[in-house]
Design a binder for this molecule. Structure first.
Ligand code: ZN
Ligand code: ZN
Length: 448
């Protein structure tokens, strides 16, 4: 089922492009070969033998030595609109997405006020049509004001264009309330995207509970705070025959809970973030609040379980949980700092550098999991298969750059990768045949 109509963006016309001589990799299209990617009328017209197609009116882009991949899809970002536009808005957030190689993002409703009315959903869609560089969808809240008590009018919100439902930022602590949401979901359609955490167990924790939290003397959030809620909600989803998507898995016990539920036939999907796949709570020894997010960075054993879950398919997709914050919310003592990190502009380079180059996972797997986030929400997964909508990203796999050194497209700079040397740079993002992003050094048709 494709519901592209509920994604909004600033669409324009483009005559088309030929990306010449790139290593073209798309596991879904079953290709890993040097090709000329011919883009015409917004579609992948063909994956041609290099040099075999005349450019004519198409823009010819020299892509020798570059990677051409299907553009990525992020089912979990925070665009901070309305209410916190000093952190991000639709224009800056979607520009960051385009710069990260994304052709679609889904935004969470924990804004100020939260998105819990049909009018608010429609207003966001209209704004995205004017401001968004990439197709953007909006989830609506499960409960009014994300207070966890009273359900929103889910059917009405769905009819207004909400692409799913979430109280992200918070769990739905009441089993009774979530169970009723599952019953309504069958009428309203859409997916329930769940931030899984037992607030009683998390208490006032600010980092992973373990050796490091004991050493630095900070209150910890135990992994079972997450895994027990996943087990509860998966059991309820099975009972109610509901569809749930588990946001940002962080712990081994959580991967095991998802694996068990999938094995039992529960209709559930799960995501993991680039930071949980590449970093651990060891980073928090620095007490640098750029490493503060919820769920927290966990142990090396948890990280290994997340990688294994990504490999096995227990974890369906990679989502950034891009969570911009203003400097004044972060430059305070660790305990008081806001939870969350940006992620759209570093997702591919961080995972390519930390997991693909050292041989931990294959490039094909990374591409598959960075595009697969469209599927749980009923959107077409980006692919370079001829005849598909032309959503492609060109990447220089040799380019080394220091994250943050040239600033960000995002309005915020709370990246946990700032200062790191990363390999792999997005040079161009094509969305529905239109150039949505071109890196400064990547001039018209000439690689820098
Ligand atoms: Zn969350
Ligand atoms: Zn989130």
């Amino acid at each position: 089922m494709s519901r592209v109509s509920s994604l909004s963006w600033r669409r324009a016309e483009s005559p088309g492009l030929i990306l010449r001589g790139a290593r073209t990799v798309d596991p879904r299209a079953g290709i890993d070969e040097v090709r000329d990617v011919v883009i015409r009328d917004g579609e992948i017209a063909e994956l041609a033998e290099p040099g075999s197609v005349e450019a004519g009116e198409l823009e010819s882009v020299e892509a020798n030595g570059l990677l051409a991949l299907p553009a990525f899809f992020d089912p979990h970002v925070h665009l901070r609109t309305p209410g916190h536009e000093h952190k991000e808005d639709i224009e800056t957030g979607s520009r960051a997405a385009a710069a990260g190689g994304y052709c679609g993002v889904l935004a969470m409703p924990n804004t100020a006020p939260p998105i819990d009315t049909a009018e608010a959903v429609q207003a966001l869609g209209q704004r995205a049509e004017r401001e968004a560089s990439v197709p953007t969808g909006f989830l609506a809240a499960i409960t009014r004001a994300i207070a966890g008590e009273e359900l929103t009018e889910m059917a009405e919100l769905g009819a207004a264009g909400a692409v799913g439902f979430s109280d992200d930022g918070w769990p739905v602590p009441s089993a009774h309330v979530l169970r009723r949401a599952m019953q309504y979901q069958k009428l309203a359609g859409g997916v329930l995207a769940l931030h899984e955490e037992d607030p009683d167990m998390s208490g006032d924790g600010v980092m992973h509970e373990g050796e490091v939290s004991a050493a630095v003397g900070l209150a910890g959030i135990p992994p079972v705070s997450e895994s027990t809620m996943i087990a509860r909600d998966a059991a309820m989803a099975a009972y109610e025959d509901a569809r749930i998507h588990i946001l940002h898995l962080s712990a081994r016990a959580s991967v095991e809970a998802v694996e068990l539920s999938k094995g039992a036939g529960v209709k559930l999907t799960a995501e993991v973030t680039p930071h949980h796949l590449t970093l651990t709570d060891e980073e928090v020894r620095s007490l640098d609040s750029r490493f503060k997010m919820n769920p927290p960075l966990r142990s090396e054993d948890d990280r290994q379980a997340l990688i294994e879950g990504l490999r096995s398919g227990t974890i369906d997709c990679i989502a950034t949980d891009h969570a911009p914050h203003a400097t004044e919310d972060k430059e305070v003592p660790f305990e008081q700092a806001a939870m969350g990190v940006t992620g759209l502009e570093t997702a591919f380079p961080a995972l390519f550098t930390e997991l693909v180059l050292p041989g931990v996972i294959e490039l094909e797997l990374l591409v598959e999991r960075m595009t697969a986030g469209a599927e749980p929400f009923g959107f077409d997964v980006p692919t370079l298969a001829p005849g598909s909508e032309a959503n492609a990203v060109l990447i220089d796999p040799e380019a080394e750059w220091e994250a943050g050194a040239e600033g960000w497209e995002s309005r915020s700079e709370n990246s946990c990768f700032t200062g790191r040397k990363l390999r792999g740079r997005v040079l161009m993002t094509v969305v529905a045949g239109q150039v949505a992003y071109r890196q400064r050094s990547f001039a018209m048709g000439v690689a820098a």
